[in-house]
Design a protein around this ligand. Sequence first.
Ligand code: FAD
Length: 467
Amino acid sequence: MTDNPGHIHGEVFDAAVIGGGVIGCALARRFTLDGARVVLIEKAADVLDGASKANSAILHTGFDAPPGSLEAACIAAGYQEYMTIRDRLNLPLLRTGAMVVAWSEAEAALLPGLMAQARQNGVDDVMPLTEAEARRLEPELGPGVRAAFRVPREYVIDPWSAPHAYLRQALENGARLLCRAEVTGGRFDGEIWRLETSRGVVRAGLVINAAGLHGDRIDAMLTGTQHFTIRPRKGQFVVYDKPAAALTRHILLPVPTAVTKGVVVCRTAFGNLLVGPTAEEQEDRDHAVLVPETLTALIRRGTEILPALADHDVTAIYAGLRPATEFKDYQIRLDAGRRYVTVGGIRSTGLSSALGTARHVHDLCAGFGFGAAPLADPVWPRMAMLAEDEIRDWQCPGNGGVVCHCERVTRREIEAALTGPLAAGSLAGLKRRTRVTMGRCQGFYCTQELAAITAGRLDVPMTGGDT
Ligand SMILES: Cc1cc2nc3c(=O)[nH]c(=O)nc-3n(C[C@H](O)[C@H](O)[C@H](O)COP(=O)(O)OP(=O)(O)OC[C@H]3O[C@@H](n4cnc5c(N)ncnc54)[C@H](O)[C@@H]3O)c2cc1C
């Protein structure tokens, strides 16, 4: 990671963002493009190490968000901006559409209300489907379907290239990144914040707390008040091998409950098929432990939805933690006197809402006047394309050869991910940038070559047999 603490400690920034999740990355971009001098502070060796490392990768329309909520507004704005900028940043979009499927009469009775809610949220192209119509669109659906409706603009994206693109655009336009820097304290002297980090003091005129699963603790530590409590909600997933992706075209959604959007079956941008997530309350904010019995139940549920899944192999399993709170809506709060903003409780829609959330926070801070105009001609980085159905680097000349054969990752892609303003700082970060070792063999064949390429360049060196 190309951070330079010496230089960072010598500056007074307009804004310091705490936390390099998708929200922090989008905030860094928004404030930078609008002319502020920004530093992003992240405690891990690389960004996207918290809630943002493991989600379902759905670009939500917000059709089922509570009408009138801040969440609904941020999703709508975030969705819109993603669609506007994704071409320039070279970000993928799998135009799947979603289908909300009712599996009982009681669920079917809820569909009209959900469609009305969608229209209230501005998603006015939802379409009711009879059982026969649903089956015509998704012939592999299992028995028990009662009715359904389509949400045509609900799509799948790459959960990592999007936030990486936001941050890269910030960095290439002057923002700074300080990784391995845990914020441990700080004080505001009426004009300037002095944030204490494990890598020294950072000074800024505004602090934005985007610390995800630790947002409430940062508030308590820096302001002495805490308006919400994080209640981590675990989601476990099962990833099927690529041939399974042919079993469905839509994102297959259950009828949501007050607590969860429920178990989803959908393709991924990388050409796999995903079943999950669960919604499990837990105390631990950092570790999402996989539970064999739960994964078995997920496989069973996936096979009820698509019986032909029984003939396909599982490639991987993973789990993530949502930064849920005791409230349903996002917890975004400006303390103008202290020049401090909390962007907390971005529970289960943060990937979709991030760009909109960042705009909302920037608007909240408009009165602070950072003294600079929006950038007239910002740099637009182009991200490496990892989506299975797009042209990939292995198909292009001069790529140095394929290193990871399952995911077809080239030496050139790996080298690129290890250099530049947002170089991978950890093996996990390298996987998120390239998908190396994330395929069928889970690194069995490419680890040795990868260890040689990454020697001296990751926080924890790879050994030949370590994935
Ligand atoms: C199972 C699951 C499924 C989901 N599915 C979807 C989906 O399909 N679509 C969608 O839009 N959203 C989805 N989400 C939601 C989305 O992933 C979250 O809303 C989002 O990741 C929250 O991002 P964040 O930036 O707020 O928090 P985080 O990603 O947790 O980022 C916070 C960062 O702050 C850092 N940090 C913490 N404390 C400190 C400190 N003291 N000093 C410095 N740094 C610190 C952490 O290391 C972390 O990197 C899902 C989430 C989960 C878990």
